[in-house]
Unconditional design. Structure first.
Length: 434
């Protein structure tokens, strides 16, 4: 955390540029203070609000949390923050008192909370994935662009040295033009079992209806949804791919300057109607760029027990195959990028003495705060993280159509050969949550 300490020391002793706020902002911060609201209080929500609040000019004003048992850390470190159960009430009552918001709730609520905040003129920091479906991603991108609001998605490794070095190494041509990329995670956010049909008592202090939010009503079942297993469920999470794909594919997108894929194909089991499948294999084909060897470039994702084929893993030689990471295959060599570690150029004998590019780690959270204060831009704003998230979300969607190549038209945001797949681009919110 040396980088953050240095930033805070400098910020505390140097007058920062007077904050600039776009005309859509509802109010200017008093004395340059950035007043922050948080959707969620624990887990990644806490990491986010705490990370942004580390900036000397940020004040955490309020937090919305549906589970009273998950408020302890916020109450202890930020006793002055006002606590709300309903985030809609928080936005209504705090209107005029806020300058930015951060969203760290489960995937299914990211879009509606971020959209309401931006509608009120608030810049937003949203944990990955940016949203639960493609329509939501496009809607958030449009709103942010129209209101000219600073935004950031919570792919914090994007700002770390390791991923920056990887991007620079590929773009410098160290391993030549890229022919293919393999990416993987050994996490297992899926389930093959049917969910229990019984209902459990809702714990005291937990608002189950508010937690469901836009999703269809259903009985509460202990340990099936809240607080951790929602990632496995179709209506709430986006599987292992949605959890880790935004991280692991980030340097792939950055290094190759990728846009929308032209096709996506799942070679694994379909979801069982309630939960995402396990052990997925997703094959993407992207248009080629200045950094690729051909007019198209294949990018393949594996999770759970699935791994790249033996001949691909053999490229690593004596190097241990990491549980998560990427392998870039180029015309002059290969690059292994473990998650999270420095890139390794292969074969080792060909790169003895090769000096990797220099890069400086920065703070993803403080970068957002600075952007809201008018000092610079975010590096993972919705203009970058939106297309990344969209491509990631096409993976879980493709699992609904096993062994079928889905042709994707990014400009029109629709599948062109399997019309039924378009039905999964936008969810139907339950009544009262449109």
């Amino acid at each position: 955390m040396t980088n953050r300490r240095l930033f805070l020391r400098n910020a505390g002793t140097t007058a920062l540029t007077a904050p600039f706020f776009v005309r859509e902002m509802i109010s200017k911060p008093p004395s340059g203070t950035l007043r922050l609201a948080s959707f969620g209080a624990n887990g990644m929500a806490y990491s986010t609000l705490d990370g942004i609040s580390a900036h000397p000019k940020v004040k955490l004003v309020c937090v919305a949390e549906v589970d009273a048992d998950r408020l302890d850390r916020v109450k202890e470190k930020y006793p002055g923050a006002r606590i709300y159960e309903d985030w809609r009430v928080m936005l209504r009552k705090e209107r005029g008192n806020l300058d930015a918001a951060c969203v760290g709730t489960p995937d299914h609520m990211h879009a509606t909370q971020a959209m309401h905040a931006m509608h009120d003129g608030l810049p937003v920091y949203v944990q990955k994935p940016m949203a639960h479906d493609i329509h939501e991603v496009r809607s958030l991108m449009k709103m942010a662009a129209e209101k000219k609001l600073p935004t950031q998605m919570g792919i914090q490794i994007h700002s770390w040295r390791e991923y920056k070095v990887a991007v620079k190494t590929i773009q410098a041509g160290a391993i030549g033009k890229i022919k293919e990329v393999h990416t993987w995670s050994n996490k297992t956010w899926g389930d093959t079992e049917k969910l229990p049909t019984t209902a459990d008592p809702v714990p005291a202090g937990f608002n189950w209806d508010l937690w469901l939010g836009v999703a269809a009503a259903r009985p509460f079942v202990k340990d099936v949804y809240h607080p951790g297993n929602w990632r496995k469920r179709l209506d709430f999470g986006t599987a292992t791919f949605g959890d880790m794909g935004c991280h692991i594919l980030d340097p792939v997108f950055g290094a190759l300057a990728l846009g929308s894929p032209v096709s996506v194909r799942s070679e694994g089991s379909a979801p069982n109607g309630e939960s995402w499948a396990l052990n997925t294999l997703i094959r993407y084909v992207f248009p080629g760029t200045a950094y690729t060897a051909e007019k198209t470039v294949p990018v393949t994702w594996y999770d759970g027990t699935r791994q790249p084929p033996e001949d691909v893993r053999a490229i690593l030689g004596s190097i241990r195959f990491p549980g998560q990471g990427s392998l870039f295959v180029g015309t002059k060599g290969q690059m292994l990028l473990p998650h999270i570690a420095s890139p390794i150029l292969l074969p080792l004998r060909d790169f003895v003495g090769y000096a990797l590019p220099e890069a400086q780690r920065t703070d993803h959270y403080l970068e957002f705060a600075e952007a809201v204060l008018g000092n610079g831009k975010t590096s993972a704003g919705f203009d970058y993280s939106g297309p990344l998230t969209e491509s990631v979300l096409l993976g879980p969607l493709a699992t609904r159509f096993p062994n079928t190549t889905l042709a994707w038209n990014g400009a029109k945001a629709k599948f062109t050969n399997v019309r039924g797949a378009n039905a999964f681009l936008q969810r139907k919110y339950r009544a009262g949550w449109r």
